[in-house]
Ligand binder design. Structure first.
Ligand code: FAD
Ligand code: NAD
Length: 467
């Protein structure tokens, strides 16, 4: 039986990054992936394909709605969904091949098949023809990720009642799409099709979209998306969705308890994701799951079996690719005897709508509930010269600081390119900057980043310059 110092089950951003770090540290490393392509949800049916389609649909939207104002006349602009999906597939396969290259470069052994525990140090790999082999591994990291969640009555049939996976490969542009869930997936994929001409109706259980982010972000994004034609049904409780052959019919109860029905060509179910542990045989290794189906871990991401660790979407915390990656590095360095550190308070979150939304640290509500004395500064994107030049005037940046010490506790942004801009806030907060520190840093002109300086000036002493 071949033996390894460390084996990782799952090749998503958590798993493949952990494998690379382990190889860098000189450990004999194996990775087991049940699919023939590496990269997990993120590269195959998540982050990368969704951003590829967001970019394509944004180009189309700009060509139709904004080019003529810029003085660019284009005629007969038409979306070609087949080509958009083909391009997306090319981006995915290039990116996944890149991971295969990185595995080879780092001399990591890749096994294709379902990985399961025989016991705490023996793993079985079963390929798609049912053939299996066993390996032994001193340490194992479970990085098996997550799958789309759904509730009774909204079970996806993957034809008209679909999850994000099917929505990334539709063969037609729907006339109308109902989206259950006004969270990240619903709004990103809703935006893709909305920009291509699909009527989007979002049915959301909570009173606001992107409910886990700062309230101001949800309000501003609702305003912009309504202007783009989105319809929102807030505080609606979905009862059932039915595939009627050429359409879907959704029944929900509104805030007053009245029954509401809606029809569309497709219904996208985007109500969160659930940890994936099927087929792992975790019990055989003494690995316990919690009541949410997540692998139970301690502060070192160690499971109830001392030589087995778990990372990424399959454990508690944000279901984000960069969180999974950091955890992968953390666990391997811990195993190698180093003293790694991970700051869970400063994991940025981004929604790739247009305008983009990005956030780090605490929301205003969280700080108020915690009884913190705070001061809040904000600055509208439309007051920036850069924004007028590009015609991207929606949005704002909000900086929240401690009332007494001026330490920045949360930064929330909605606007053009804030997905990249948020890193200024993350770096500043990692070094425990005050609002004054940020306000006194020279920011290049004209850039969107000037809104960060201005919002910090507003939080510091209520003295922004350009408003
Ligand atoms: P995964 O990426 O889910 O990988 C787990 C891997 O394990 C899979 O390849 C699976 O096949 C394999 N596996 C499972 N069980 C076994 C087994 N027993 N044996 C062998 N292999 C197994 N996050 C962001 O940060 N930014 C984004 O922009 C973003 N966009 C997203 C868009 C969509 C549509 C979706 C669905 C998700 C998005 N996410 C995004 C979330 C992100 O994809 C996940 O947080 C991330 O992929 C989690 O990484 P992971 O390594 O924990 O698991
Ligand atoms: P989410 O948690 O972001 O949003 C789910 C939404 O559905 C919430 O607004 C919730 O209130 C609502 N909801 C829940 N039950 C409902 C019901 N019965 N009826 C109506 N609405 C209901 O989940 P998601 O959008 O499915 O995304 C899953 C995960 O993938 C997220 O954790 C996210 O972090 C990750 N993801 C990240 C990105 C990104 O980083 N840009 C993109 C896509 C996905």
């Amino acid at each position: 039986m071949e033996s390894f110092d460390i084996t990782i089950i799952g090749s998503g951003p958590g798993g493949y990054v952990a494998a690379i770090r382990a190889a860098q540290l000189g450990l004999k490393t194996a990775i087991i992936e049940k699919y023939s392509t590496l990269g997990g949800t993120c590269l195959n049916v998540g982050c990368i394909p969704s951003k590829a389609l967001l970019d394509s649909s944004e180009h189309y939207h700009n060509a139709v709605h904004n080019f003529s104002t810029h003085g660019i006349e284009v005629k007969d602009v038409k979306p070609n969904i087949e080509q958009m999906i083909n391009r997306k597939n090319d981006v995915v396969s290039q990116t996944c091949n890149g991971i295969k290259f990185l595995m080879d470069k780092n001399k990591i052994t890749v096994f294709e098949g379902v990985g399961s525990f025989v016991n705490a140090t023996t793993l079985k790999i079963t390929d798609k023809d049912g053939k299996s082999q066993e390996i032994s591994s001193a340490k194992t990291i479970i990085a098996t990720g997550s799958k789309p969640n759904y509730f009774p009555g909204m079970e996806p049939d993957k034809k008209r009642i679909i999850t994000s996976t099917e929505a990334l490969s539709l063969k037609e542009i729907p006339g109308k799409m109902i989206v259950i869930g006004g969270g990240v997936i619903g709004l990103e994929l809703g935006s893709v099709y909305g920009r291509l001409g699909t009527k989007i109706e979002v049915v959301e259980f909570a009173p606001s979209i992107i409910p886990t982010m700062d309230e101001t972000m949800g309000k501003e994004l609702t305003r912009v998306l309504k202007k783009e034609g989105f319809k929102f049904h807030m505080e609606h409780r979905v009862q059932k969705v039915e595939n009627k052959g050429d359409k879907v019919v959704l029944t929900a109860l509104n805030k007053k308890g009245e029954e509401v029905t809606m029809e569309a060509d497709y219904c996208l179910v985007a109500v969160g994701r659930k940890p994936y542990t099927a087929g792992l045989n975790a019990e055989a290794a003494g690995v316990k799951l919690n009541d949410r189906g997540q692998v139970e871990v301690n502060d070192h991401l160690q499971t109830t079996a001392s030589n087995i660790y778990a990372i990424g979407d399959v454990v508690r915390g944000a279901m984000l690719a960069h969180k999974a990656e950091e955890e992968g590095v953390f666990v391997v360095e811990h195993i190698a005897g180093q003293k790694p550190h991970m700051n869970y308070d400063l994991i940025p979150g981004v929604v790739y709508t247009w305008p983009e939304v990005a956030s780090v640290g605490k929301t205003e509500k969280e700080l108020k509930v915690a009884g913190r004395e705070i001061k809040v500064g904000s600055f509208p994107i439309k007051a920036l010269g850069r924004a007028r030049a590009s015609m991207d005037i929606a949005g704002l940046i909000k900086v929240i600081a401690d009332k007494e010490t001026d330490e920045v506790l949360g930064v929330h942004m909605i606007g053009p390119r804030v997905a990249d801009l948020i890193m200024e806030a993350v770096v500043a907060m990692e070094y425990r900057a005050s609002a004054e520190d940020i306000a006194r840093i020279c920011h290049p002109h004209p850039t969107y980043s000037e809104a960060m300086k201005e919002a910090a000036l507003d939080a510091f002493e209520k003295r922004p310059l350009h408003i």
